[in-house]
Design a protein around this ligand. Structure first.
Ligand code: NAD
Length: 340
């Protein structure tokens, strides 16, 4: 890829502050064409809608989309007809056909003692949760009749095949497929389809029931490589796995589709309580840049360089407020750039 085109969406709250830090990092890394556009509340203020057609079109043309965060009290409303910042995110996911959510969990060595797990349990953990994002019980038929309510879980072979493909693409040694095949018919179809998708590949496949997977995640997290699962199980397991690292200010994520650009963003929100104070931790944003380089632009070496610069800065003592220290956004950015 000659000169990757990135659409940068700073959004609201601390978003513009951590996006500025990410742009400094990208500038240092190489030659990227970056087009910045408003999304969320900032776009509502400027254009009356959280995502304009022009911004979506620009994202479609890009090689990758980097987003900071959207939302804030200014746009909180009970009026169902008023635009809401998170519509920007949903519109982007739908408009780019993003059906796979990726969340890596790799606690930096320097923060191992901040994990709720004992050091010897968490040490060596480096896993990726691949969650199906557009099917399952969250999107099935639902309703209420008198004193009853129901939600329906539906998956097609095609939906399972395409998410399995993503999991196998990113696995280094093993895919752990998580389901509830002892009870659910969708899970039995899931298991059959994933087993077929694994044929002829150089990657081990294991199946775990979701209750067992929840237990194994906290008892032997270092054993996992890629965890592949459906929408609701993935929603729960990815938050459980995220807690293994300790702080919300550290977690990146990505959403990808079959083709076209992926969306890379920190897990945390716009942190309106600290916006404008220069105290936002930019490390989840830097992790999102690393994911964009690795999974979105195929630049493995630069991705590893960013991750190891973050690790080394932490090992040298960098701690933002959310990690119990005093460093602000600018200090943290300087510390990481100095280790790049
Ligand atoms: P939040 O993640 O914004 O903040 C939760 C707490 O974590 C706050 O105390 C905040 O100060 C702290 N925090 C978060 N990120 C931090 C960082 N990088 N450095 C230091 N501290 C950090 O969640 P919230 O308060 O529930 O939501 C605030 C707004 O963000 C809401 O409008 C919500 O809708 C929105 N939100 C957006 C996204 C997104 O853009 N993907 C995700 C979650 C929430």
């Amino acid at each position: 890829m000659a000169r990757p085109r990135i659409v940068a969406l700073p959004g609201d709250g601390i978003g513009p502050e951590i996006m500025a830090a990410a742009r400094e990092l990208l500038e240092r890394l190489g030659d990227f064409e970056i087009e910045e556009r408003p999304i969320g509340g900032a776009s509502i203020d400027a254009h009356g809608t959280a995502l304009t057609d022009e911004t979506l079109a620009a994202c479609r043309r890009a090689d990758a989309v980097l987003l900071a965060a959207v939302g804030g009290p200014k746009w909180d409303t009970t009026d169902p007809d008023a635009p809401r910042p998170e519509q920007g995110l949903l519109g982007l996911r739908k408009g780019l056909g993003l059906f796979a959510n990726l969340r890596p969990v790799r606690p930096p060595r320097a923060l191992l003692d901040g994990s709720p797990l004992r050091r010897e349990r968490i040490e060596g953990t480096d896993l990726l949760v691949v969650r199906e994002l557009t099917g399952g019980i969250y999107f099935g038929e639902r309703g209420r009749e008198d004193a009853r309510a129901f939600d329906t879980c539906v998956y097609s072979v095609e939906e399972i095949e395409r998410i399995a493909e993503v999991a196998f693409r990113f696995a280094r040694r093993k895919v752990t497929s998580v389901d509830k095949a002892n009870v659910l018919e969708t899970s039995r179809l899931w298991r059959e389809t994933v087993t077929r998708a694994a044929e002829g590949r150089d990657v081990e496949l294991e199946h775990l029931l979701v209750d067992n997977a929840a237990m194994q995640l906290v008892s032997r997290p270092a054993e996992f490589d890629v965890i592949l699962t459906e929408n609701m199980f993935g929603d729960i397991l990815s938050d459980e796995a995220a807690m293994l690292t300790g702080s919300i200010g550290m977690l990146p994520s990505a959403s990808v589709g079959d083709s076209g650009p992926g969306l890379f963003e920190p897990v945390h929100g716009s942190a309106p309580d600290i916006a404008g104070t220069g105290r936002a931790n930019p490390l989840a944003m830097f992790g999102s840049v690393a994911m964009m380089l690795r999974y979105g632009l195929g630049r493995q070496e630069e991705a590893a360089a960013v991750e190891s610069a973050v690790d080394r800065a932490l090992e040298a003592g960098l701690r933002t407020r959310d990690l119990g220290g005093e460093a602000g956004t600018e200090d943290a950015t300087k510390a990481v750039l100095a280790n790049l």
